[in-house]
Write a protein that binds this ligand. Sequence first.
Ligand SMILES: NC(=O)c1ccc[n+]([C@@H]2O[C@H](COP(=O)([O-])OP(=O)(O)OC[C@H]3O[C@@H](n4cnc5c(N)ncnc54)[C@H](OP(=O)(O)O)[C@@H]3O)[C@@H](O)[C@H]2O)c1
Length: 381
Amino acid sequence: MTRINIGLLGLGTVGSGIVNILQRKRPQLAALDLHITRAAVRNLYPKRQALYPDIELTTSAVSITQDPDIDVVIEVMGGVKDTYPLLVNALKHGKHVVSANKDLLSEYGPELSKLAQQNHVGLYYEAAVTGAIPILHVLAQSYAGDKITRVAGIVNGTSNYILTQMVREGRGYQEALAAAQELGFAEADPTNDVEGFDAAYKLLILSRFAFGMTPKLADVKRQGITTLQSGDFAAARHFGYTLKPLAVGMLRAEQLDLRVGPYLVSPNHAFSSVIYENNAVVVDSLNTKEIMLSGPGAGSLPTANSIISDLVTIGTAIHNGIEPAPFTSLVAPTAICSPDRSVAARLIALKTSPEHFAELRGQLGITYTKPYVEDGVPYNC
Ligand SMILES: NC(=O)c1ccc[n+]([C@@H]2O[C@H](COP(=O)([O-])OP(=O)(O)OC[C@H]3O[C@@H](n4cnc5c(N)ncnc54)[C@H](OP(=O)(O)O)[C@@H]3O)[C@@H](O)[C@H]2O)c1
């Protein structure tokens, strides 16, 4: 039987989850003969090494990517600038690679996939999008006879947590952010999450798997959740909607329209029940209409679970003596929707006099209005 040696780049939240699952599932995974033999960390001290008697810890990540005894490199250290050359090095040295790094893969995914194929190895990254939810495998494998027309998701747990607090508990943005930070759902600098960059990165990866296209960050119309005000929530409530942070990619006349931002969601739609830090992705297609997957989008074991699934795919291919298939083989020319074709419904809440509103209504071409009073203040929507 071929023994498979694994090198971890990173042994933090996700890395320790991988070690934990492989230890617990050893009997069930025995046929694959998987062994984590080495792991790279930033801070190495004797007590830390003592916690992992079977794993050689090192501060030299590159020594793992070119170690002739390592078969699979699992990258869970994050970052782009220092990590990209490590993955290139691993692939060039004939290592199969599994990664959870959406920042890196949204930018360099196509290039690294090509390099993996040139070196006859696998490159899988299910954990990079929505943690535990196996959306990339589903998109890659379950739509061969179908055509996806839209993929939409709550793909950033931090902004979903904050908006849920603001909608359900009436908290202000700063208060909701502080609560998210206290619980570890938001980083000290939350810009990536609350300004929609993280969701945009994930949407780029989803677009490759759903449509075969390779859009760039600049192709995403991105809006964060930081500018939302109490009036926005009041207006949404008045019309019976809730607010959700969505990433949406859809085809309009075969051109891709990509948006990230807060959306009004009907209480009848399944997205409205995806609350706090949870994630969900809805896929619309010609044959199957709407399918939704939901679950934890982050966390040690949920994310590590997706990594193990990729590892099993690679391990099975190794034992069968075959090259792992490309993660996705869908390829289509990238065509981005021009701004004049990109139409979206908007809810505009205005606090204004009836006379001025009548004037604005004509000027803006507003077709439907509903006046209401919130806390004694008249609004026109
Ligand atoms: N956490 C989640 O729920 C989650 C979900 C989905 C995807 N991801 C992705 O998974 C990746 C890892 O996330 P994480 O939460 O596990 O991060 P983390 O807890 O900060 O762990 C990072 C690990 O990498 C090590 N490391 C960092 N730079 C290094 C370097 N230059 N050389 C050697 N080791 C280095 C760190 O060493 P020290 O321990 O010594 O500092 C640490 O063990 C990221 O790409 C993240 O976006 C995470």
